[in-house]
Write a protein that binds this ligand. Sequence first.
Ligand code: ARG
Length: 561
Amino acid sequence: MNMKEMFADALMPHLKETPLTSEQVLQLIEKPKYENLGDLAFPCFQLSKLLRKSPAIIANEIAEKLQSSSISSVEVKGAYVNVFFDKVLVGKAIIDKVIARGTSYGSNDVNSRGKVVIDFSSPNIAKPFSMGHLRSTVIGNALAAIAEKNGYESVKINHLGDWGTQFGKLITAYKLWGNEEEVRENTIPTLLKLYVQFHEEAEKDPTLVEEGRRSFQKLENGDQEAVALWKWFRNESLKEFNKVYTLLGVTFDAVQGESYYNEHMEEVVKELEEKEILEESDGALVVTLNDDMPPCLIQKNDGTTLYATRDLAAAKFRKETYDFVKCLYIVGGEQQLHFQQLFQVLQIMDEEWAADMVHIPFGLILKDGKKMSTRKGKVVLLEEVLQEAINKTKQNIIDKNPLLDNIDDVAKQVGVGAVIFHDLKNERIGNVEFNLDQMLTFEGETGPYVQYTIARGNTLLAKAKTKQHSFKGLDGDLSWEVIKLLEQFPAVIERAFTAYEPSIVAKYVIKLAQAFNSFYGNVKILQEDKHQESRLALTQSVTIVLTEGLRLLGMQAPEKM
Ligand code: ARG
């Protein structure tokens, strides 16, 4: 039972005359505005309406009778019943639980609540791995871990952008101006250059556009040369992307790009035809939508398919293959209309699972207030950005702790972790200002700050003479703040998934780290007195929960730093 449940349990016997259910009581319980007012509060406004009595009178009546072994005192403040818990008793229950369960503390016991497909990262081949794809990658990866912690099975899919008219253009450009050696050596910038060149030349010579279109048609029809070139571009691009994934420590259950669904295109078009929802419009095939949405284009007048068609096929394939309970798309807010259209087409097709599809948008990454752009050949390679974060971290560590073992590993965990944390600490829908120096500091609300707190805890635990720490009880306010936060971890994990919001976990670990650091700064944890063991047990619990919190965000925590 958590503290809210304990309080609700104590309240229920005194609410028998009211229609309130324990579920509703739980909902009503809140944290008082100020810590010194109590640990939890029960507002009596609603009861006042129901019972036609003043809320203060009701609060007093409840407070007089309230009894619970875990509650040490009850106070009435206006319309609120405020309670203070027994720090020793409740604290012990919480710390014992964290230590007993270890990393599985906060995990949902339900073995499988079903599969959650997560479509994330999904960069476009022959183009740089953009900042937007970085966001999708870290948010999707965190949501997969959070889903698992909540008792779901996650299926991580990289829906690579590896199909579409742009590859017709690229094939045409390569055949005209390409150089094999150059592509091999400097893949992404070279392919990007060819693509840019195509557009420049096409302005002077419009027949090129036609040529590009024909190349894509050839590709869709399986033409040998076109397919071979495409495969090569794809492989070379994937090699580059994999460097980024390795650095980030991100893996996928399936890399099923858009091309994967090429052979399912006809089926989809046929099904739409059979269901009589496909209409012709200027030789193209579309599905008309409601809610003032533009129609969804399914097939162009030259017979080639589109992004939306491939997403439609992918959705159906995923339902058949994984029988998901949810299918999440971690894609920037710019594609909102695309997903609204996609989901509505599925609805019109009478797929009842259309309601389980969720677009999870996020904001932009900005540099000095402007979108970090990769167009016009101005390439920011993500791999280089991450490498810079690692190098700068290494320098920071050398300044702080030059004798540290395996500095390179630590620099990698901290440098990459800083980038991930910076992305995840704010609500995903907002924009993120990319500032390396800021995200790398060991102070403030950063990844390195949390990692450093864990390392500090580990150092204390390593210095202690005993290795088993059992919590006997601490009654100070600072330790109590830490304990109350530890207690919230399971609820935090649940909320993070329901809201698809890794920032809830990130904000939580910051708060816990801050609370622990205040405790650390005010007491001597290792002092040999009767409370030493309890302080160590508290320290151990904090390192367990912080480490687990970072793992959920896709970060590692170095033993020492
Ligand atoms: N490749 C696309 C892009 O970069 C993102 C794909 C997202 N996933 C999807 N199923 N549409 O814009």
